[in-house]
Unconditional design. Structure first.
Lengths: 129, 163
């Protein structure tokens, strides 16, 4: 298990980013530092100098989409160990398998709740005090 | 043919309801009921529309009374009322519709068919209640009523009603 101190949420929707953050706060990660980016390119500018402990990415974004960001992260030494949770609004098994092959830690389909997000990242969380 | 259309309409109703209720229940922990109540005046409702461009042209619109949007926003983001500003309300409605539309299309289209949605647009909208080609349904959350309206006729042939 890893200690989650820094989390990056990448989505072109501010509300979607807020919602992911809120879910993570509810499941016990309110003490983490949250970073946000509107696309993959902006995300890389944030994590290349200092990697994060957990990365949430939306699949469909302008400039650099989730697929491209996931691929880049998983092919880059220093970044490739970051667990990446992909959030998608499509419930498509073939796409999910493709994302897992690219190295996604989990694929979470919208709509999701804090409980669903907790279930997705539970193995990464340290035991509670 | 008429029976088949009736069957499809029943399935469509079920799928729309599932998309609306699942989305709002997961996002905002609210229970959604379908209702036959007729909502006559939506002039003060927050409205948002979203265009479907693939696999065929379509459109979804959501019309919600401001107090309901405020309640949902407060629940989702755990914010007191004085921290909820108008743009946050608009953005919340947009995200709700985006989630509903994406959920509905991903569950309803044949599995080999992809979809594409435009960015939701917020504004005063007309429900086109008198348009017979539009799918319009009312829902209720804790005594507050809202509408979902959709133009789906170009998409119907791409829906897998056997799911």
């Amino acid at each position: 298990m890893i200690k989650i101190k820094r989390i990056l949420i990448v989505d072109d929707s501010s509300i979607a980013r807020m919602f992911v953050r809120r879910c993570l706060e509810i499941i016990g990660l309110s003490e983490a530092t949250f970073l946000e980016a509107v696309n993959g390119k902006e995300a890389l500018l944030l994590i290349e100098p200092e990697p994060v402990d957990l990365l949430f990415i939306d699949l469909f974004m302008p400039v650099m989409n989730g697929n491209a960001l996931l691929k880049h992260v998983k092919e880059t030494p220093g970044l490739n160990k970051i667990p990446v949770v992909v959030i998608t609004s499509g419930n498509n098994k073939a796409r999910e398998q493709e994302l897992m092959k690219l190295g996604a830690y989990r694929v979470v389909n919208k709509p999701f709740s804090p409980a669903i997000l907790f279930s997705a990242i539970k193995p990464l969380l340290e035991p509670g005090e | 043919m008429e029976n088949n259309m009736n069957f499809n309409e029943e399935k469509l109703e079920k799928m729309i309801f599932e998309a609306v209720s699942d989305s709002l229940e997961k996002m905002a922990f609210v229970e959604v009921q379908s209702t036959d109540s007729v909502i006559k005046d939506i002039s003060d409702f927050l409205s948002v529309s979203l265009i479907v461009t693939e696999p065929a042209p379509g459109e979804f619109s959501l019309f919600m009374p401001v107090p309901l949007v405020r309640k949902i926003t407060s629940t989702i983001f755990s914010l007191p009322d004085d921290k909820i500003y108008n743009k946050l309300l608009s953005d919340t409605v947009a995200e709700i519709l985006n989630t509903i539309a994406g959920y509905f299309l991903s569950k309803t289209l044949y599995s080999n068919i992809k979809y594409r949605l435009e960015i939701p647009i917020v504004g005063k909208g007309e429900a086109n209640i008198s348009d017979p080609h539009r799918f319009i349904r009312s829902f209720e959350i804790e005594g507050e009523y809202f509408l979902l309206s959709a133009s789906l006729e170009n998409l119907l042939s791409k829906f897998d009603f056997s799911k």
